[in-house]
Design a protein around this ligand. Structure first.
Ligand code: B12
Ligand code: SF4
Length: 549
């Protein structure tokens, strides 16, 4: 049987990275079946397009996974698949929280033949076998012999065959530019962001979050060796393709068990498995200097921090009192000292927010080293404690907000301001953090940093701006570039000088590992590129990336 695994876009927001579940389920598919992957963000499809694809490729089963904000599109595509006579199984957080909706048991139309609830690692082979026999059940749930929910242990962990996976649609380098970049050299023929998990689960139980309910409050980890092996295989593929590979550790809180994270990072360093990586870590865990050194030395370059609010009353109201706004500045400084970029995430519309919250938050942000702030609105996702509380309090204004997805729109009434005021706050924050003056100010204040660091912040800021202000068309990009020409010209001028003097002459890409952090940890420091003789061969440690200084 030929199986299509499809991850929808929602026509409004776009993912820059494919979803792990597709690769995982492909790996877990029993032998004798062929799996094709389509990510709607990389390869946009409409209903007619998917129906055509099913016919041309003779697909016998379609698996669709979706977050809440993509589910309306997911249902439309599922309807088109079923209309073409192909069975649909849906999985992921949304259908797990509201399975009746997909199965048409809550008054609406039916969209799926079957739903896979929770983690599907162990149920997927059964689903495929049942579909091949034409005997799909309606609900698949991972249960043990006593009817209790079973969670995969992650030991052993399936070995995703990255070396042979078809990753063509996930190359971020535009096709037209690849030949030119290949000629310039430096390993830019491909650029992929690849999701890797090292563990699942989070005990913190923040009120707005799906994770504790979905994955559980006890954490399961893969072995260090299995993560290291996966990184080495990814690194080998990037080298083979003369390309770049950034790994996104998708764990909800990558340092939730600091001792274990340190041991994993040491294993990565010792196996020379460093790739540039990004991970999510809560601010309270980032005060450990040794952890930060290990992050820098193992290739960690971007840390996503769910700060949510600078108001302790807000944080307490959503059960995230472990975030201490007073500590944010010091944590961000420690990261910046190691050339690690912080993506700081804030939510407005929280119960203690009043008009002016965006400006108050920006005033704080301006006192911190420049990073990459992102702003959103607190959203009641189905089945979260927040959803249930707002429902009890009669405050949900759009109880099925996912059926008509609107970006940056409240689905409930905040306590101390109106819905419209909350919308204005989020707009204000994006506009004042990402206008050309703010970007120029951020780049200017980084003059003491190497140019690579500044280029990364500038490029990231220009891209992050697009999360709120749509800039998908070439014309929109031209406007962004024109508006920010002074900042762009400044870093190009400095960068060109460095490139002529260093990288071009020596043909050596800076090491991924942060030299200073390596030394502090007692490892041999990677040599700076300028000291490398021209004819010396480049070791594998030095090859994969030049994205940062
Ligand atoms: C990585 C990640 C991202 C990435 C992008 C997603 C990506 N490309 O991977 C980034 C950082 C960009 C991101 C952004 C957002 N994210 Co996010 N993200 C995650 C995260 C941390 C990991 C996802 C993952 O790979 N998990 C590991 C895999 C193995 O689990 P899984 O996807 O659930 O798949 C398993 C099962 O669900 C099932 N399954 C899944 N799909 C299918 C399909 C079929 C057919 C079957 C049979 C089974 C199946 O099988 C899999 C194996 O067991 C999750 C939290 C989490 N731990 O899952 C949040 C999570 C998915 N994100 C969430 C949210 C809310 C967002 C944002 C809306 C946040 C915001 N306000 O901006 C944005 C939206 C992005 C967009 N494009 O619009 C929520 C979604 C909740 C919901 N009900 O939809 C989650 C659950 C976190 C949370 N706080 O609750 N996210
Ligand atoms: S720490 Fe992050 S993953 Fe854990 S419950 Fe809170 S928001 Fe969710």
């Amino acid at each position: 049987m030929r199986i299509l695994l499809y991850s929808p876009d929602n026509g409004i927001t776009r993912n820059f990275m494919p979803h792990l579940w597709m690769f995982l389920l492909e790996t877990l598919t029993p032998p004798g079946h062929e799996v094709l992957l389509i990510d709607g963000n990389a390869r946009p499809l409409d209903e007619a397009g998917i129906a055509r694809f099913l016919q041309e490729e003779k697909i016998g089963l379609v698996g669709i996974g979706s977050m809440t904000r993509m589910v309306a599109k997911a249902y439309r595509m599922a309807d088109a698949v079923r209309a073409a006579g192909v069975p649909v199984v849906m999985g992921g957080p949304h259908v797990t929280e509201v399975p009746d909706e997909a199965l048409g048991r809550s008054g609406g139309p039916r969209h799926a033949d079957a739903v896979a609830l929770g983690e599907a690692d162990e149920t997927w082979p059964q689903i495929v076998a049942d579909a091949a026999r034409g005997q799909l059940r309606e609900i698949y749930e991972p249960k043990d012999a006593f009817g209790q929910e079973r969670k995969p242990s992650l030991q052993p962990y399936p070995s995703i065959p990255w070396e042979s996976m078809d990753l063509d649609q996930f190359n971020i380098v535009p096709k037209a530019m690849a030949p030119l970049l290949r000629r310039v050299g430096g390993g830019w023929a491909t650029f992929r962001i690849i999701p890797v998990e090292s563990g699942r689960g989070c005990p913190y139980g923040c009120e707005f979050c799906t994770v504790t309910g979905f994955f559980g409050d006890s954490i399961r980890f893969r072995s260090n060796q299995s993560v290291v092996d996966e990184l080495l295989r990814l690194k080998a593929r990037a080298r083979r393709e003369d390309g770049q590979m950034v790994v996104f550790f998708i764990d909800d809180n990558f340092a939730i068990n600091v001792k274990r994270t340190k041991s994993l990072l040491r294993a990565i360093i010792e196996a020379k498995a460093q790739v540039h990586w990004v991970a999510q870590i809560s601010a309270n865990l980032l005060r450990d200097e040794e952890l930060l050194d290990l992050i820098a030395a193992s290739g960690g370059r971007w840390i996503f921090i769910g700060m949510e609010s600078i108001d302790t009353a807000n944080l307490a109201s959503v059960n995230k009192g472990f975030n201490k706004p007073g500590q944010y500045g010091a944590v961000l400084q420690s990261l910046a000292d190691r050339n690690i970029y912080a993506i700081t995430s804030f939510m407005f519309g929280m119960d203690n927010d009043t008009p002016g919250v965006a400006e108050r938050t920006l005033q704080q942000i301006r006192t911190w080293p420049p990073g990459l702030p992102v702003f959103g609105l607190i959203t009641p996702l189905p089945a979260t404690p927040l959803y249930r509380r707002l429902e009890r309090e009669g405050r949900l204004t759009r109880p099925k907000h996912w059926q008509d997805f609107l970006p940056f729109a409240m689905a409930h009434t905040p306590l101390k301001m109106s819905v419209e005021q909350a919308h204005d706050e989020v707009k204000y924050a994006w506009a004042h953090c990402y206008n050309p003056e703010a970007i120029a100010h951020a780049i200017h204040s980084l003059e003491h940093k190497q140019v690579g660091y500044r280029i990364n912040i500038l490029v990231s800021r220009l891209c992050f701006r697009g999360i709120y202000f749509p800039q998908m068309s070439p014309l929109a990009w031209l406007k962004v570039i024109a508006g920010n020409w002074q900042s762009i010209f400044g870093v190009i001028r400095d960068g060109f000088g460095d490139w002529c003097n260093g990288f071009k002459k020596n043909r050596v890409i800076p090491s991924i590992a942060d030299g200073a952090a390596m030394e502090r940890l007692g490892y041999a420091s990677p040599r700076p590129p300028s000291r490398q003789p021209e004819n010396e061969s480049v070791d594998s440690e030095n090859i994969s990336s030049c994205t940062s200084s």
